[in-house]
Design a protein around this ligand. Structure first.
Ligand SMILES: *Cc1c(COP(=O)(O)O)cnc(C)c1O
Length: 378
């Protein structure tokens, strides 16, 4: 937490604006929309709820197809199932770890041949970094398919000086406890289209029609953020820039400390991309990477250091068994990029409040573990 959150929450208490809604909700929506340069925003109970509503706003219905990044957290695609729709997963590209334009193009060609165009494409911006929008958006436009941007992990990131999350027809952020800023739990749906956002607010409040009594013509949800939590969000938004700087400093410290180890390849950040480095991630470039990564994670765990594998791709999850999948470069060794990243990737402790001493300790144990894995000499 920063300095202002408690004051905003106290204000909610003293004015008795607890829930539902209230002035902090309206202000948080305005302030976040202004921050990311999008016309309108709706504060919701989670990023997952925001994704669910975004799919409904784009007209996703039972039996529809929705394209989605395969390398992501399950929160990106559970809402596809809530809608009764079927996901098709698109591989990542090595340069950004985000959606591969080549795989997307092949998937859309396939969909056209099959006569089953997707209702929308969910493009995920992973680990604090935007996808390559200049490559992806024209492909979607050519096929006339709208983009839902899952920027849950990338609030504060930029792509060619524009905010991550501001590129899709609809964008979504998360304020879950693990994200770069948090309301303990919460989310935001953003769009330039005022009608779309107004409709999101309606669906999020049990789809109440305008009438003195409670009138309902369609199914709705209880997805709004409370005024108390929006107060936390307003305070957190004030320290977002600081949090991004802290995360980037953590990443830079890891990178420089291990710069002598060419087998440790950090998540790339191409020119024109500005990553928040929400998580500091690397891949291990050794022949038996999966085994060695597991050993490294175990060794760190022995010292109470929590590191994790890169997201297990959705196309490899039992939940989505049988879902169509388009890899980056079929038939080429390493052409299944997300599978390769999962097998060889590690996310390190990356918290904004990680102290220099703590990080020194992590680096020392990581160096030891890498040495055990045959990376780096005595
Ligand atoms: C966290 C996350 C979500 C879900 O957000 P919640 O607020 O936890 O519901 C969706 N997509 C991605 C990529 C995420 O990391």
């Amino acid at each position: 937490m920063g300095d202002a959150e408690a004051a905003f929450v106290t204000e909610a208490f003293t004015t008795n604006w607890i829930a539902p809604l209230g002035p902090h909700v309206d202000a948080f929506e305005r302030e976040l929309a202004a921050h990311v340069g999008v016309g309108h925003a709706a504060a919701l109970s989670s990023g997952t709820a925001a994704l669910h509503l975004a799919l409904l706003l784009l007209g996703v219905q039972p039996g529809d197809t929705v394209f989605c990044s395969g390398l992501t957290f399950v929160g990106s695609c559970n809402p596809i199932l809530y809608c009764g729709a079927r996901p098709v997963f698109i591989d990542a590209e090595p340069q950004t770890w985000n959606m591969s334009p080549a795989a997307l193009e092949r998937a859309l060609e396939w969909a056209r041949r099959e006569g089953r165009m997707p209702r929308c494409v969910v493009i995920v911006n992973l680990y604090g970094q935007s996808a390559d929008m200049d490559a992806l958006l024209p492909v979607c436009e050519r096929y006339g398919v709208p983009v839902l941007e899952d920027a849950a992990e990338s609030l504060g990131a930029c792509y060619k000086n524009r905010s991550s999350g501001s590129f899709g027809r609809v964008g979504v952020y998360s304020f879950n406890g693990n994200k770069i800023i948090t309301t303990s739990g919460g989310g935001m749906l953003v769009a330039d289209d005022a009608d779309l956002v107004a409709r999101a607010r309606k669906l999020a409040t049990q789809a109440r029609e305008t009438a003195r009594h409670y009138e309902h013509a369609e199914v709705g949800f209880n997805y709004r953020l409370s005024n108390v939590l929006a107060g936390i969000g307003r305070g957190q938004l004030q320290v977002l820039g600081q949090r991004v700087a802290q995360r980037r400093a953590v990443f830079e410290r890891y990178r420089t400390a291990l710069v002598d180890l060419p087998q440790v390849q950090w998540m790339p950040q191409p020119d024109g991309f500005y990553s928040t480095r929400w998580l500091s991630c690397f891949t291990l470039q050794v022949p038996d990477a999966a085994t060695q990564c597991e050993r490294i994670l175990q060794a760190l765990e022995c010292h109470a250091i929590e590191a994790r594998p890169v997201w297990k791709p959705m196309q490899l999850q039992p939940l989505f068994a049988g879902a169509p999948y388009f890899s980056h470069a079929p038939g080429v060794l390493g052409g299944d990029v997300s599978a390769h990243l999962f097998a060889s990737g590690i996310c390190l402790p990356s918290g904004s409040n990680l102290t220099a001493e703590q990080q020194t300790r992590v680096i020392a144990h990581l160096r030891d573990a890498l040495k055990q894995a045959g990376v780096g000499g005595a």
